[in-house]
Design a protein. Sequence first.
Length: 124
Amino acid sequence: MAWDSSRTVPWRRLVREWLIYVVIAGAAMTIYFIVTDSELGAGLYAGLLVSGPMYIVFGAVLAKFGYQRKTFKDLRAAREAAPAQASRNGSSSTSSTSSTSTRVRPAPTRRTTSGPQHRKPKKR
């Protein structure tokens, strides 16, 4: 897709996702440094804070190009709608496909050949 300056950018969603990331990553780093008895560096937390503007700008650019990630709500709705649509399509499509096309017979194998059975002679 091409750049479109009229596309909206989901600023709240970008900021919310980044804040969730910062909280989880900060807690994980704190726990790691407590467990390993290492010195807790302020540079790690500064790196987390610097990642915010980069994440938000990158997400805004992607949104202007038309990228829109699905939310968990959208994914749940699609998953719940899939079995219902498959059952609707399945009942109607089986009758229509069986009448319009014939099933291709599989290639014969040693166990499924039709005709006389030729057994190998036993070795003595």
